[in-house]
Design a protein around this ligand. Structure first.
Ligand code: FES
Length: 562
């Protein structure tokens, strides 16, 4: 395999001419022959003015470049699709696979020997890992890091858990506009990713646990000096990988690594979105992500990490409290310690050498968890034959067992139009159903699963009720919310057949979600069901034609496997 500038030459039918031309353009940019003979590390930058979470990505790239040069290689920074959760219509999830394709194709086409993937905001790290695994090129992730916690009138605030809490109070009329405005200024007080255990923090912890990041690096805040030191060290390690040719993603992304990810997902009460992303990441390596294993390890592992939304602290506290390897140490009897990481050590070797200090208040011991039982449960039943998920750690225990009449919203537009109707036929016992919000239906499976509490109930103080859907939910959200129902309604799943007033039974501890309507009636309703119209052209058409269901990761079917 040719290395450096000699690799992946443009095809002119004359390789030496292609190299002559390539070197010539770089000479034009001021490079010397000595520089151009070095191994090359690509630095994939996700800097974008439309991605404020990644405002510091250029500085991260600069520190990575410094590390690459220190280790004798040549850094090249290049752009890719960059996704921010709040800036993409209809949802950034719709573009995750586009970003994954961009990552795969660019790192497969460019003359680089290793790549540093700068990620952070929710979909970016999943897309980068998906692309890197498919390209199977030496790859290492460095995240932009999380925001510092906000401080407002004596309270610490965190995006977006407190965004949701304050907005719900505003909707319920218990917080007025000026108070909301003052808090608004402090909800995101620095650049960086959301500083609670939302999807960005979760996926950073997943990437480090899967072995794709330097140990301890996932938790360093965006504006800390640790962040720049980790970036420099990541560049140095990438240069070593460029020279040695490994390790490859296929050596890291194993069933053992995925089991470890499931254990850490439960112990951190991580975002349910990680289930979909882990399934997509595993799928790229030809592995089916094991939902039964996720459920099983959840029964064995309580929630140890005291971070919002399950607890009280923020990512900066996790970092100062010992960071991820300290949590691994707590969990070592549940982890596969032989799993390899990108720096050449196994998880077990990292635990053995990690400093002994740990803040028990943030990374709780096993005998004093923040939540004594599983964070996430996987449900099945006649309403979710291929599965559904519920975050028990964010739900109301009194609603774990609940039976009530369905109130069906056929789409997000229907939900928005009727949710605050004073005549809405809803009581605290109602099971609110949102459908056609899944991978095909929305399209893009937006984070709409935590349906707002109808104003007529919220204004009377009701904080939670059972809500079910084929959508996703933000990792920063809370409530008794069943998500990822599969098959989704738009694919003809049983969710499409629910009618107002049907009785739905949730038995979260028994792991079932049941529509109490007999099979003959459901079969009759199915004959009346019609699939939704498809987009006529472009990327949206490609998406609905080829996207897989939630338990397979919502990847495109033609990108799964080797
Ligand atoms: Fe970017 Fe939360 S919106 S991490």
């Amino acid at each position: 395999m040719k290395k450096g500038l000699r690799s992946r030459l443009a095809q002119y039918g004359d390789e030496e001419f292609a190299l002559f031309l390539r070197r010539g353009f770089l000479k034009g940019a001021g490079f010397t022959d000595e520089a151009l003979d070095r191994p090359i590390v690509g630095i994939l930058s996700t800097a974008s003015d439309f991605n404020p979470c990644h405002k510091t990505a250029p500085q991260v790239a600069e520190a990575v470049s410094r590390g690459v040069r220190m280790a004798g290689a040549l850094p090249f920074v290049f752009p890719t699709v960059s996704l921010h959760e709040a800036f993409s219509f209809p949802t950034s999830m719709l573009l995750r696979n586009l970003m994954a394709m961009d990552v795969e194709e660019m790192i497969s086409a460019l003359p680089l020997d290793a790549v540093v993937l700068i990620g952070g905001c929710d979909k970016t790290i999943p897309a980068e890992l998906m692309g890197a695994i498919s390209a199977d090129m030496p790859a290492i992730v460095v995240n932009v890091g999380s925001m510092l916690a906000g401080k407002h009138e004596g309270a610490r605030l965190g995006a977006c858990t407190d965004c949701r809490r304050l907005w719900a109070a505003f909707r319920a009329g218990t917080l007025d506009g000026p108070d909301l405005d003052r808090a608004h200024d402090q909800l995101m007080p620095t650049s960086g990713t959301c500083m609670v255990m939302g999807t960005a923090s979760t996926m950073a912890c997943m990437a480090e646990t899967l072995g794709f990041m330097l140990p301890g690096s996932a938790t360093a805040p965006a504006v800390s000096s640790d962040r720049w030191r980790f970036a420099e060290a990541t560049g140095k390690r990438a240069a070593e990988m460029a020279i040695s040719g490994g390790p490859l993603p296929s050596e890291l992304l194993t069933k053992a690594a995925l089991k470890n990810a499931s254990v850490v997902l439960q112990a951190t009460s991580g975002s349910t979105n990680a289930i979909v992303h882990l399934a997509a990441i595993a799928g790229r390596a030809g592995i089916q992500y094991d939902l039964d294993e996720l459920d099983r390890v959840g029964r064995e592992v309580p929630v140890l990490l005291d971070l919002k939304p399950a607890g009280n602290n923020f990512m900066e506290d996790f970092h100062a409290g010992g960071s991820l390897p300290s949590l691994w140490r707590r969990l070592k009897d549940h982890l596969d310690l032989s799993a390899k990481t990108v720096n050449g050590e196994t998880i077990g070797e990292i635990i053995a050498r990690w400093p002994p200090y740990v803040d028990d208040k943030v990374i709780r011991p096993l005998d004093n968890p923040i939540v004594p039982s599983e964070a996430i449960a996987v449900l099945k039943g006649n309403l979710a034959p291929q599965g559904a998920a519920i975050k028990l750690a964010a739900a109301t225990p009194a609603l774990f067992q609940h039976e009530g009449p369905a109130l069906v919203f056929d789409s997000l537009a229907d939900l928005e139009a009727r949710i605050d109707d004073p005549d809405l036929d809803v009581t605290p016992d109602t099971v609110m159903v949102l459908r056609n919000a899944g991978p095909i239906g929305a399209p893009g499976m937006p984070e709409a699963g935590a349906l707002p509490i109808p104003k007529k109930l919220g204004s009377k103080g009701l904080k939670d009720m059972v809500r079910i859907s084929d959508a996703r939910m933000s990792g920063t959200a809370f409530g008794t919310v069943v998500l990822h129902i599969s098959p989704e309604a738009a694919a003809g799943g049983p969710l499409a057949l629910v009618r107002d007033g049907d009785i739905i039974k949730l038995d979260a501890k028994g792991r079932t979600l049941t529509l109490k309507v007999d099979d003959a009636e459901l079969a009759r309703r199915k004959t009346e069901w019609k699939p939704p119209a498809k987009p006529e052209r472009g990327y949206h058409r490609l998406w609905v034609d080829t996207v897989t269901q939630a338990e397979q990761g919502c990847d495109f079917d033609f990108l799964v496997g080797k």
